[in-house]
Design a protein. Structure first.
Length: 155
């Protein structure tokens, strides 16, 4: 089954002394029936700003099913995201991505190695996105977003 993967960017996320590293969220489509697509989206917001949040504690994680792409865009725009990239996926696995999203929601948060970017990568990889930029060589969510191969749209 074909699908569409989405990556959302908030440019002013993760403020650091040299500037903001950025923040990313994710989304993907799934088929309800032939020709009828819904989508699922979310992010790890880490509202506390803590560099370490233990598993089972609040990492500011949210998910939401949406019935149209425009509704997904609205949800992210309401959360002050600036842009989205969308990419077609040849063999999409929405159930695997939903399982990974659930795992992410319970897995805590660390500033390095288990953050919004790592969560987005895990979910999109489970969905079937190939050739994701590597977070170790693009650790800033803004830089990673720039390298993600997809069609760009300002929100």
């Amino acid at each position: 089954m074909d699908g569409i993967a989405y990556v959302f960017l908030r440019k002013d996320g993760a403020p650091l002394p040299p500037g903001c590293a950025g923040h990313v969220g994710w989304g993907f489509t799934f088929a309800k029936s032939p020709g009828d697509m819904d989508a699922f989206c979310g992010s790890t917001e880490n509202f506390s700003g803590s560099p370490l949040i233990l598993p089972g504690q609040d990492i500011g994680y949210w998910t939401m099913p949406v019935d149209r792409e425009v509704h997904m865009y609205f949800q992210f725009k309401q959360r002050n995201y600036h842009a989205v990239k969308r990419a077609k996926v040849q063999v999409a696995s929405p159930h695997q991505a939903m399982h990974e999203a659930k795992m992410v929601s319970m897995g805590g948060y660390t500033a390095i190695g288990n953050n919004c970017l790592d969560h987005t990568c895990r979910i999109l990889k489970a969905y079937g996105v190939k050739d994701l930029p590597w977070p170790l060589t693009h650790p800033s969510p803004s830089d990673w977003f720039a390298q993600f191969n997809g069609a760009y749209l300002d929100l």
